[in-house]
Design a protein around this ligand. Sequence first.
Ligand code: ADP
Ligand code: MG
Length: 339
Amino acid sequence: MKTKLFPDNSQSLIKKYLSETLYNTLKERKTSSGFTIDQAIKSGISNPDSDIGIYAGDAETYDTFSEIFDLIIADYHSYKPDNWHVTNFSIPSLPILDSENKYIVSTRIRVARNLYGFPFTTFISAKERQQVEQLILQATINLPKNLQGQYYHLKDIIGLNSESLNNSFFPKKGDRFQEAAGITRDFPDSRGVFIADNQKFMIWINEEDHLRIISMESGSDIIGIFTRLANAIQILEQNLKFSFSEQYGHLTACPSNLGISMRASVHIQLPKLNKQKELLYKTAEQYKLQIRGTSGEKSNVENSIFDISNKQRLGISEKDCLLILSKGIKKLIELEEQV
Ligand code: ADP
Ligand code: MG
């Protein structure tokens, strides 16, 4: 019998896997900093349309509540017990995807990271959030010249004429999923974005994770974008200690981001497939790709521009991630040209 905690119409993974018996087993447990299962599943309870519906409060959450997290991780990442975190930053050889620049508008690759020893954004205090912001800003000082830039506090950005800003550079206030998870507390304090002068590299601070390290530009130079990201990660790692586990890889607030924590996406315009959504979604699933709307997760598709990325992050390496994206996008472009 499924627990009555979740609304009947919920399709979330948490509803699928959290039986009443399992909930009762977990309900008295706490991580050392005090995070409970009730806090972890709050977003899934408040939002019947959650895909996953459970967040971690700190690194220890994944061990303290491993019985439920392991089931969800296995489902989301198609994770098998022998398929633990793997990493490989070597450059794959990729097919040319869009030589005439007809379909791919832009490419973005990001990784999520959290600072070792601090609670995640779901459970962090205002003071700790501020410390996290300061530590990350100090680390940006050591970035090489080509990645130097400026920090924008979200406090200063809000209220500015948004048309003068490139919206995709700036983290938004969390949606109702993040709000129910506690992520938007004290917004916009200690949130911001570091943007490199070349506008191709940025670090979101205290959005869903302490850091979202992002490399992006127009067009489809996946290798160039990945190389810039890999260099930046290497330098930031010299100054920041990240929360990491051999088994789960980089530890993140949402279990969908474990492992390499990397999402490589293209903004791609597919007007014909937009009229054949079943074929588009079926093919994306077959090629292990996830489709989001033009302004990010849970947003609408505008002008037939889809955000298409890898879905899995645990059990595939960074190199695999680029190969998966390229193979799937190549197929979708072929289909767009055929239908
Ligand atoms: P993530 O969780 O990976 O940071 P979100 O869906 O929360 O992704 O938000 C991503 C933001 O980045 C949105 O503003 C979205 O429009 C933008 N974005 C995502 N992929 C691309 C891309 N390939 N090119 C340009 N902007 C992108
Ligand atoms: Mg996001």
